[in-house]
Design a protein around this ligand. Structure first.
Ligand code: HEM
Length: 127
């Protein structure tokens, strides 16, 4: 872990990122409120899971795994194939908020990440 002050270090490095992504996917698969969101994902989420871990590792200031393995992450491009409205954003955020609550004890840090995720999700709205 190169920078001990990075968000990546604070979340607990690779293990922390994996924990967050797995909790997010569990919420996506099970929360009754996110049926519409669930429908736009493929049934097999294994590729999604590894790409989320790689992407978030980079995004949180850890190793640039996504770039190393797949080139520049172009999130607007990868999200272009399905329309994202404010309901989809809110369902996505419900899953992420649930995952953050389950995996991050430090309330200030959790709130900070929630804000950062919200801004990212909001920027992906296409309609
Ligand atoms: C705003 C609501 C969002 C919706 C509805 C959404 C939906 C999706 C869907 C359906 C996929 C494709 C899964 C697959 O085919 O395997 C995907 C991929 C992905 N999403 Fe999102 N997403 C949202 C927000 C976000 C946010 C906020 C982030 C990052 C913080 C993110 C990161 C990713 C990544 C890294 C991938 C994989 C890209 C790749 O295949 O290279 N998404 N998303």
């Amino acid at each position: 872990m190169s920078n001990p002050n990075s968000l990546y270090a604070r979340i607990g490095g690779e293990e922390g990122v994996i924990r967050l992504v797995q909790a997010y996917i569990q919420a996506l698969k099970t929360l009754p409120e996110v049926q519409n969101l669930r429908n736009i994902y493929p049934k097999d989420l294994s590729k999604y899971e590894s790409r989320m871990v790689e992407y978030l590792s980079t995004w949180l200031g850890g190793p640039a795994l996504y770039q190393a393995r797949h080139g520049l992450p172009m999130l607007r491009e990868t999200h272009r194939h399905f329309p994202i409205d404010s309901e989809a954003r809110d369902e996505w955020m419900l899953c992420m908020r649930t995952a953050l609550e389950q995996t991050i004890d430090d309330a200030d840090f959790r709130l900070y990440l929630e804000g950062a995720f919200w801004r990212m999700a909001d920027s992906l709205i296409t309609k």
